[in-house]
Every structure is written in structure tokens, then in C-alpha cells.
Design a protein around this ligand. Structure first.
Ligand code: ADP
Ligand code: MG
Length: 386
């Protein structure tokens, strides 16, 4: 029996923008929502029916969340797996602790990709006992990444040779790391896959992503430079990765397309994803509604892209001029553009690099969407080419 709209209460661990947009989607369907987050001003806490302000491992808070909610999800992957395990004793928890634990650790994640039959970059594991000089020469130049807690390019060092590798490993504190061979990328893409507890799987159209300074900047759908066969392969690979771990919920899988045309899996996030925000305005079902459907046992159906779209990430940098003085971005000008849909996350303080919102620009054609997205970039002071 699904947990029905209008009756059930859903819980979210984490109060960031992903939690906020999840709450919006759940509330639109008629669910009550409770958010657990330690921050008094969290974006999701501000819109939920109830905000339990406490640490993720606070026993009393987890108890309260479990009492109020019939199903619980998480909006970020670094929530302690222990908290999910505890809640799962009495409640539906999606995604489950085991899947989250795999995604939290690049070493386990890569082993999981191999078990799913999807190739990733050649790599070696480095831990406290490893002599960096013994790492195979073939992996250099490479990228050294901490196994845990990396995001938006943080916890990574590019290394050309063994000398730089040893220095970078020390600089990262000698914690568990993977060294990946530096691959010749043609482009980057990602796929949202959704899996229900009954094993039903649907995927969203492939998104093509551009990063700047390690942070997602632009997502385009349909992916302009990826042919149909490769898109199908990416969707099948993402489905295999979700099925192999019995995943329940929305999972985002990031891929590289190499210059020789090969598809390589990079990493995954056990939740809705920044690159999937395009679904909010360009698809008949958003990634957040899909998360609600998957965790409540409502039907999953194949989503339909109804409009080509360009998503622009809006970082805190937009709130400052070239001299570092605070300014208000020209939202009125942006919102006059055809197809422009603004999503701000309600964060009180803008800081450079901080994700403050995103802009989806949809169009009747990809050219229309792109032309209006470029006009938005001009108004906001973002680069007009990508
Ligand atoms: N093996 C690699 N070869 C080439 N580029 C890479 C490789 N790994 C990562 N990158 C580049 O660095 C970016 C960030 O790496 P990623 O593993 O996705 O970490 P994060 O958790 O910061 O997103 C990628 O989006 C890609 O542009
Ligand atoms: Mg990434």
C-alpha cells in the first residue's frame, strides 16, 4: 500500500536547498513534511510544516522524526549512515543506509561500479600504509581525491608525477584516497535514475554539464553533443548501477565522455542532484516529485521532457560587482525573458561559490532556450558562452 498524499507525513534529513525543493514537491501533493537540520535558518526548515533543530545523531530528535513521519529521505550523502539505520528499524527510509554508505566512499563506489559492469577511470587506492612511489606510473598524470567528504572539486589535487603525488597525499592529511588517471574528456553528462521498492526503474533524459572551478555552471537538455546511442548507454548504465545495490529513490550518476567516444562513470549521488534541476520546468515530473513517489510507493512513470532547457547555476558571486561591492542581480530583467524560471533557495547570506539558486530557461527549440539563456547571462554578468 502506498503512503497516500493528503494522509502521510514525510521526513527529510538535511535542510539545504535540495531538502527545500523536496518539501515543495511533497507539499504540492498534499503531504506534511518535517525537516531535521541543526541550522536555525536552513532553507528547508523554513518551508517545512515542522523543523526539528538538532544534530543528525541526536537520539531524541531521531526518535521524534520517526514518530512524526511514515517515510524518511535524506538530501545529502554525508548524513551519518547510523542515523538512517536507526530510523529504518521502524520506518521506510529511502535511500537506504547501505546505498548511502557506498556513495560516501569513492573506494566502495568504484568497486560498486565494477560490480555493476560499468567502467570507471583506472585508479589506485592510497591509505596510511601506502608508499606513493609504488603507485603505477600509468596512472600519472592523475587526480588524487579523498575517499570521503569531497564535493565541488574540494578534496582533490591534480598531480603530474610521483613527487607531486607524495606532496598532495601529505597535504590531504594521509587520509584514504584514490588516485585516478587523468582522462581526456570530451564532455561531462549525468543521468537521473529512479527506482522503486518493487524494482521498477525509470530514467530522465541525459543532461550535459559544464563545470567552472569545479562547480556545476550550466546544464543543457537535450544533451547537444551526445548521440542517441550513447544517451541510451548512459541511461542503461545508470539503471544497472541502481539495480545492483537495490536502490530506492532518485540517484544521479555522473559520467565522462572521452575524446575517443567511450563512456566512463565518474561518481554518483544518492539523491536529487543540482544537474537535475532542469526537470522542474522542462519535464512533466520533477526529480523531487519522483523522490516523493519512490519513497511513498506511488507509481513511477517515465518522465517526459516537454521543452528543451538550459539551467544556469546562480552562485553567490552574482551578488557582488567587480569591486566586491554588494549588488542585487537584475531579476526583473531576467524574468522578462521568455521561458525564464527563477528558483532562489532563501539563503540569507550570499558568499562567492555558494549555491544561491538556479535559473531554468526553457524554449520551443533548443536554439530559443539557448538564446534566452545567453541574454540572462548578459544581464547577470555570467559568461555568455559555454
Ligand atoms: N579522472 C579524471 N580525468 C579528468 N577529469 C576529471 C577526472 N576526475 C574528475 N575530473 C574533473 O574534476 C571534476 C570534479 O571531480 P569529481 O570526481 O566529480 O568530484 P566532485 O565530488 O568534486 O564533483 C569533474 O567534474 C571533472 O571535470
Ligand atoms: Mg562530481
Amino acid at each position: 500500500m502506498p503512503l497516500l498524499p493528503g494522509e502521510a507525513t514525510l521526513g527529510v534529513l538535511g535542510g539545504g536547498q535540495l531538502g527545500r525543493m523536496f518539501v515543495h514537491a511533497a507539499q504540492a501533493l498534499g503531504y506534511r513534511c518535517v525537516v531535521l537540520d541543526p541550522d536555525a535558518t536552513s532553507p528547508a526548515g523554513a518551508v517545512a510544516h515542522e523543523h526539528i533543530q538538532a544534530d543528525y545523531l541526536d537520539e531524541a530528535a531521531l526518535e521524534a522524526l520517526g514518530q512524526r513521519c511514515q517515510a524518511i529521505t535524506t538530501e545529502f550523502e554525508n548524513v551519518p549512515a547510523r542515523a538512517l539505520e536507526r530510523l529504518a528499524r521502524t520506518r521506510v527510509v529511502a535511500p537506504g543506509a547501505a546505498a548511502v554508505a557506498i556513495s560516501q566512499d569513492r573506494i566502495r563506489e568504484k568497486a560498486h561500479f565494477a560490480a555493476s559492469g560499468v567502467p570507471c577511470a583506472p585508479y589506485a587506492v592510497l591509505n596510511a600504509g601506502t608508499d606513493p612511489d609504488t603507485v603505477p606510473e600509468a596512472l600519472l598524470p592523475g587526480i588524487l581525491k579523498t575517499a570521503r567528504l569531497g564535493y565541488d572539486g574540494k578534496g582533490q589535487r591534480r598531480v603530474a608525477d610521483h613527487v607531486q603525488l607524495a606532496a598532495a597525499f601529505e597535504e590531504l592529511g594521509g587520509v584514504d584516497c584514490v588516485l585516478e588517471q587523468m582522462l581526456p574528456l570530451a564532455l561531462e553528462l549525468s543521468v537521473l535514475v529512479v527506482r522503486g521498492a518493487d524494482g521498477a526503474v525509470v530514467t530522465f533524459p541525459v543532461q550535459q554539464n559544464l563545470h567552472r572551478d569545479g562547480i556545476l555552471a550550466v546544464t543543457e537538455v537535450p544533451a547537444p553533443d551526445v548521440d542517441a546511442a550513447l544517451q541510451a548507454q548512459a541511461r542503461e548504465s545508470a539503471s544497472a548501477i541502481a539495480a545492483e545495490m537495490g536502490y530506492v529513490g532518485v540517484l544521479c550518476v555522473e559520467f565522462f565522455v572521452l575524446k575517443d567516444g567511450r563512456l566512463i562513470v565518474n561518481e554518483m549521488a544518492p539523491r536529487p542532484h543540482n544537474s537535475g534541476h532542469y526537470t522542474m520546468n522542462a519535464c512533466d515530473l520533477s526529480q523531487f516529485e519522483m523522490q516523493v513517489r519512490a519513497m511513498t510507493g506511488l507509481p513511477l512513470r517515465e518522465p517526459r521532457l516537454h521543452s528543451p532547457v538550459v539551467m544556469l547555476n546562480l552562485l553567490g558571486d552574482l551578488w557582488f560587482d567587480a569591486q566586491g561591492r554588494e549588488r542585487a542581480p537584475d531579476w526583473a530583467g531576467v524574468l522578462a525573458l521568455p521561458g525564464a524560471e527563477l528558483h532562489l533557495y532563501g539563503k540569507t547570506e550570499a558568499r562567492p561559490g555558494r549555491k544561491m539558486g538556479h535559473l531554468n530557461v526553457i524554449g520551443a527549440t533548443a536554439e530559443d532556450a539557448r538564446a534566452n539563456a545567453r541574454r540572462a547571462c548578459a544581464l547577470l554578468g555570467l559568461p555568455e558562452t559555454w
